[in-house]
Ligand binder design. Structure first.
Ligand code: UDP
Ligand code: MG
Length: 315
């Protein structure tokens, strides 16, 4: 039996690129169905993540025209990760592909992903081979981030973003992860099973602007680190021990000075020590607070996403 494929595309204010996306991904799905690689019941599922522009109207219109297009509209902006989750959990399929709606990731790699799935892979990661079209800053900050994650002991596939194929079994397993702080690219390796990689070139955005400005990107990176690594907390402890050791040495020095020559209180050294140590203390408290905030979010158990409207799902 041919597998039923669901291509999940999160969309946040994507009205500029949407018509082109529908054309490209629609043609790809038609091809796959014609080539008998996937079931004719396969769907493209656009998730409108609380867009403020006409994205949802465009999705509804596309779904009316093409029965292979479906849409889910969330009640507000939940963020990229939760939009992907909404698409996967609210549509029924044997194979799921998640891919950005801006066509930056080469969707023809889906063919190769299908082959790997045919060989028994439960998760196939799309890996960016080149990043020539990204800005210098984006490219190197992203690479530094992957390196840092590895250093902090998080298993993350190098240069893989959220373009991947998953079987129903992998998605069902993911559902057992109850966390609210989502960072899918580090969660999928925890799901495990047989997996493989498919390489592709990352292209420039054909239309519209990035929905990940610098601050949002940094926030996402920190969220990934703090959800998956306790190394920053441990560093705080090490820092504490190290500073205690330094203070003991300093104390020895002070006693020595006091016994030999009597103490002359130096304003400069005192101020320096106070400022440095209060800085270190504040940073340490901040890091602990960040983790506390994560626990706070987790214990509230709020829904991951809220669906407002659905279209094109009635088979
Ligand atoms: N996106 C989303 N919700 C958000 C931000 C982004 O659903 O709050 C979607 C966006 O529409 C796109 C994908 O996530 O399909 C990736 O965003 P973008 O291309 O802007 O990020 P970049 O590729 O520049 O990192
Ligand atoms: Mg993009």
């Amino acid at each position: 039996m041919l597998p039923k494929l669901a291509i999940i595309m999160p969309c946040y204010n994507e009205e500029e690129v949407f018509p082109q996306t529908v054309k490209v991904i629609g043609a790809l799905l038609d091809d796959l169905i014609a080539a008998k690689k996937v079931s004719p019941k396969s769907r493209i599922c656009f998730v409108n993540d609380g867009s403020k522009d006409r994205t949802w109207e465009l999705i509804k219109k596309a779904a009316r025209k093409n029965k292979r297009i479906a849409g889910i509209s969330l009640s507000r902006n939940f963020g990229h990760q939760k939009a992907i989750i909404a698409g996967m959990y609210d549509s029924d399929a044997d194979l799921y592909v998640t891919i950005d709606a801006d066509l930056q990731d080469d969707c023809s790699a889906i063919r190769e992903m299908l082959e790997k799935a045919g060989e028994g892979c439960e998760i196939v990661y799309g890996v960016r081979d080149s990043r020539d079209t990204d800005t210098w800053f984006k490219k190197y900050s992203a690479l530094a981030f992957y390196k840092l994650m590895r250093l902090l002991g998080v298993n993350i596939v190098y240069n893989h973003a959220d373009f991947r194929m998953m079987t129903r079994r992998a998605v069902d397993t993911l559902k057992q992860f109850p966390e609210r702080n989502l960072f899918l690219r580090a969660m999928m390796p925890l799901v495990g099973f047989k997996s493989d990689k498919v390489y592709y070139d990352r292209k420039a955005r054909p239309a519209g602007e990035t929905k990940y400005p610098l601050m949002k990107m940094l926030g996402f990176a920190w969220s990934g680190i703090s959800s998956f690594s306790i190394v920053p907390l441990r560093l705080v402890t090490f820092m504490g021990f190290f500073i205690c050791f330094l203070s003991l040495c300093f104390l020895g020095f002070v006693i020595y000075r006091w016994s030999v020559r009597g103490t002359i209180v130096g304003w400069a050294s005192l101020v320096t020590i106070i400022t440095i140590f209060s800085g270190v203390q504040l940073v340490s408290l901040g890091i602990i607070g960040e983790y506390l905030a994560k626990i706070f979010v987790e214990v509230k158990r709020r829904p991951l996403y809220i669906v407002d409207e659905k279209t094109g799902f009635d088979d």
